[in-house]
Design a protein around this ligand. Structure first.
Ligand SMILES: [Mg+2]
Length: 292
């Protein structure tokens, strides 16, 4: 099923689609900034299928994270394929805690003190733009029958995204696009998800590298970081940091990663969604173990 190919990754990748909410925008504007907070731990978590999936579990986890964050003990980062406005909307409608920073569009955009009007971190943009040409990325898609571009909001100057499920052979099409991209001096990364979605990104982007860049920008340690995810799309985070949580509902590719890893560094939760994240945070000592 999987296609092993240079620069090509086969992954599951949800694509929520919600509108912005002005009330939540305001809430975001009022949140504290990331700099200057004495943080012991950093939780960098995927959203869909990881934190979101059971509202009851998320509410319980959010309450426990609030206690830790109010004591200055946690920096909360979302690392997601969502757009910023969809993350903001999720804090209102899905019970997501308001984060300290957000990494969007599969690691191509970083937002500090995020609000609807905020611009992504310029130093990260500049770094990625130096290696990425949207026109060149689009050229890898030339002449492919059945290929359709994704909606414009998922196509940016740092992300070229299309659907390949209407192509005669989606897997072979994805492999061919990755082959074309690989000829460009390793400046591009192709992510193929769910047999449908295909993203061409800067090779230096991705969730793991974006988190590392953000922490460096904030002058924060890379050591006390816990990452959490549910699909292979999150695997880059696990490769960059020493502590990872794989929720019980994870896709097989991420469960395989957990099985192959040192059990002390990657925790395979017995529970799904936020309940699994909660278990993992207890395992790593970020949250106290519940006695009841
Ligand atoms: Mg996910």
């Amino acid at each position: 099923m999987s296609v092993a190919h240079r620069g090509l990754i086969l992954l599951g990748f949800p694509r929520p689609n919600r509108g912005a909410n002005s009330t939540v925008r305001q809430k975001f504007c009022e949140t504290k900034g990331t700099k200057g907070i004495a943080v012991k731990w950093t939780l960098a978590s995927d959203i869909d299928g990881t934190l979101v999936g059971s509202r009851e579990s998320l509410d319980r986890l959010a309450n426990r994270l609030d206690v830790l964050r109010n004591a200055g003990g946690l920096l909360l980062i979302y690392c997601t394929g969502r757009r910023l406005d969809q993350v903001i909307d999720g804090t209102e409608t899905e019970g997501l805690p308001i984060p300290d920073a957000v990494i969007c569009q599969v690691g191509t955009e970083i937002y500090l003190e995020p609000n609807q009007e905020s611009a992504s971190l310029e130093s990260w943009r500049t770094k990625l733009l130096s290696e990425y040409s949207r026109a060149e990325a689009e050229s890898f898609l030339d002449g492919i029958p059945g290929l359709q571009m994704q909606p414009h909001e998922f196509n940016t100057d740092l992300k070229t995204s299309c659907f390949v499920d209407e192509c005669p052979n989606p897997d072979a099409t994805a492999a061919m696009i990755a082959e074309r991209a690989a000829r460009a001096d390793d400046r591009y990364m192709v992510i193929y998800s769910s047999g449908r979605d295909l993203d061409i990104l800067p090779a230096s982007s991705g969730k793991g590298k974006a988190i590392a860049f953000l922490l460096q920008h904030l002058g924060r340690s890379h050591e006390n970081v816990v990452v959490a995810g549910d699909t292979g799309n999150d695997s880059a985070m696990f490769h960059h940091f020493d502590r990872g949580i794989v929720v019980a509902n994870a896709q097989p590719e991420l469960i395989a990663l957990a099985e192959a890893a040192d059990a002390k560094s990657v925790y395979q939760a017995g529970l799904p969604y936020a309940a699994g994240v909660e278990q993992g945070l207890e395992f790593f000592g970020v949250l106290p173990i519940k006695t009841a």
